[in-house]
Design a protein around this ligand. Sequence first.
Ligand code: IPE
Ligand code: IPE
Ligand code: MG
Length: 251
Amino acid sequence: MSDPHPQTAPLPRHVAIIMDGNGRWARRRKLPRTAGHQAGVAAVRRTVEHCAKRGIEVLTLFAFSSENWRRPPEEVAVLMRLFQLTLERETAKLHENGIRIRVIGDRCAFPPELQHRILEAERLTFANRRMTLVIAANYGGRWDIVQAARALARRVEQGELKSQDIDETLFAAHLAGAELPEPDLFIRTGGEVRISNFLLWQLAYTELYFSEVLWPDFDAAELDRALAEYARRERRFGHTSEQLELKKSYG
Ligand code: IPE
Ligand code: IPE
Ligand code: MG
């Protein structure tokens, strides 16, 4: 079979995904919403494997937003349990495959056993270099910006910094996942066309791809379609197309 994503196409270093559509997937099958979340775990596994195979450096998955606490408590409890179970079941295999696990978001709100699991997974896989899997859990883009502002304010209060020292680079250095490259490609499954308080600052120049596929049905073929679309985009970062052409010819 021919490779739909040849090595020559520009590959995103960092892919960030809003995994949406679990509930609708379940409803279409007359199943409880939680069955959709369960089916979503298999799609996570497929996606991690395929991204690692394609040579993606960083994969960020939005697993639970700061606003998802508004859901029925039973659903929230199932999501927490699934997160914990998946970490327990998958961490060793991820580690064997050279994958580093990083969790971003306000983890203080999670049950202590889950916080413990997260820390263990991060510690075990810390030195792995094949791919970094970032899980955004109890994450919100606004939360992230506020926690960065607070950290900077603390440093000013302590006399370490002056307010004039704060620029975009220093601000970005205080955001969650500051050590990672910014996302090149954003994918949202499930047909909604919005950001839902995902990485707000970090998505400033990210290429956006919206897929109708519901998350539990997301597979290698759909990921390759997004990668192929990314390869066709021209990222100008404020320049003109002509400037980019000149840069290409003269280096
Ligand atoms: C995404 O699927 C999973 C989480 C937000 C945790 P949804 O549960 O939002 O599925 P829909 O949007 O209701 O179909
Ligand atoms: C975004 O999906 C959050 C995650 C996928 C974790 P939602 O389903 O919660 O987003 P809205 O509520 O439709 O904007
Ligand atoms: Mg949704």
